[in-house]
Design a protein around this ligand. Sequence first.
Ligand code: PLP
Length: 405
Amino acid sequence: MAPIKPSTHLANVRYDIRGALTRRARDLEAEGRPIIKLNIGNPARYGFDTPAHLREAIAAHLGDSEGYGHEQGLEEARAAIAEQQRARGARGVEVERIFIGNGVSELIDISLRALLQTGDEVLLPSPDYPLWSAATILNGGTPRYYRCLPENGHLPDPAEIEALVTPRTRALVLINPNNPTGAVYPRELLEQLVAIAARHRLLLLCDEIYDEILYDDAVFQPLAEVAGEVPCVSFGGLSKVHRACGYRIGWMSLSGDPARTAEYRDALQLLAALRLCANATAQWAVLPALQSAPTIHALTAPGGRLHEARRAVIEGVAASDYLQLVAPEGALYAFPAVRADRLPVFDDSDFALRLLERESVLMVPGTSFNVPSSRQFRLTLLPPPHDLREVFVRIERALAQMAAE
Ligand code: PLP
């Protein structure tokens, strides 16, 4: 019998964060081996609770959210999101330009599906959050990567981005604060990127899901404010800042000149209608989430668990003979590099496998984030700080063994 063949559209699509390495870790765990997992940004798995007032809001509405809701999302929730965006300086944002989805993940797909013709190009960061590449490819687009190199603090070079623009380029994607690097983009850089979008009539797509997760003196600058009348879609959600990944609630806000974005808005609404609505019950958590100060600040402030986890990583790298790191300024990850002067021959995928097999540590190699070759790997800041300190003991042991071979 002929096998059922999957679509060739998937040929270049990958999502290694839940890939073969993760499956191998599951098998090892099933055999009884404890694994320290640093691969997924899922706060609930590491003992971070969703704030009680979000849970209570959902519980209070269990009985009256059993039907389908509006395709763009609960009116009260969209009003709160529009208010947040206007307070951040976004122009032209009304409830009809807000879309609530089953996580930012669904909205990334919808935003690109509504935009792209086959062969259109999308400017993406390298490294990226790999769903952005996958959704570009699955919607017929071609990723064009701009580099965010550690020697430049993981910030992009506007001249490099502009040199990549062709007549087929439709959108410029930014992730700020960044996954996987932890970079937070300064306002002057965003101004330059908006100017590029304006010159070449590109749509700005800005993934701001980590907007409130900042360390030390880092300042988050919403892109929509800088963009002004330039069309911009800003993405946010409950998964990270509000530690509620499982509720599957994210949103996107369309800002800028309404005349230029009216048709695109209608296309977004059509796609939203095709999938009926986002989880109606969980949308009740949006209003309380946005109406009070984000509780994540207690975790990122000195003494807070994320702050201490980040410190454990910075200290682990400082004590290492092999590693270097651009300290993350935001988000939930660190993206250290193995120094070429200490270990000239290095393959990040081999290293990740070795770390899992020999040291029972699961992390994600840099090449999983759409970089052609990498001396880097991504750790999450979610495990307890003492686990992270133990991780660095094991990483150092593995690297010393590799150096001795
Ligand atoms: N965007 C970025 C940059 C992410 O890191 C993630 C999840 O890790 C998502 C989007 C997906 O978020 P959601 O849970 O809202 O689908």
